[in-house]
Write a protein of this length. Structure first.
Length: 152
């Protein structure tokens, strides 16, 4: 799908605040409310907008220990890959899981309360998944930049 400047602005504004009304967007874009509504519906229908979410403050819910965990499988068979991916999707502590190139096979973004909670996650959940050969974890000291907005 090709985007014109208005589509890009709508996506920008919605990423900034998805709760703003079509009326507020129409004022910013100098368009009618109906035109804004129709453009948003088109962006949703085309799959450019997947969903609307609330971004939760990690500190306020006592989940401020962020870990990036590399995972290497014992071997790269289709069965091992499918099995690992199916099981890791069930772990609520895992915010993201990426199949990557390089020395490790996967990169997990894990969010828990503290070091003790991470240890429990590793011992009782992650390492109980079959076919994991090794892991390597890195703890975040300071989050320098975190954005959910995509630029155009």
């Amino acid at each position: 799908m090709t985007f014109d400047d208005i589509d890009k602005k709508i996506l920008f504004y919605l990423q900034e605040d998805s709760k703003q009304t079509n009326k507020a967007l129409s004022n910013k874009l100098n368009l009618s409310v109906t035109a804004v509504y129709e453009r948003i519906k088109k962006l949703e229908k085309e799959g450019c907008i997947d969903k609307y979410v609330a971004l939760v403050n990690k500190q306020k819910i006592d989940r401020n220990f962020l870990v990036f965990c590399h995972v290497r499988l014992e071997k790269h068979s289709q069965d091992y890959v499918i099995s690992f991916e199916k099981e890791v999707k069930l772990l609520p502590e895992v915010l993201e899981c990426h199949h990557i190139s390089g020395d490790y096979d996967y990169l997990l973004k894990v969010l828990v309360k503290d070091m003790a909670a991470f240890r429990e996650f590793m011992v009782k959940k992650l390492t109980t998944i079959n076919h994991i050969g090794s892991t390597h974890s890195m703890f975040v000291i300071n989050e320098v930049k975190h954005s959910t907005a995509l630029n155009f």
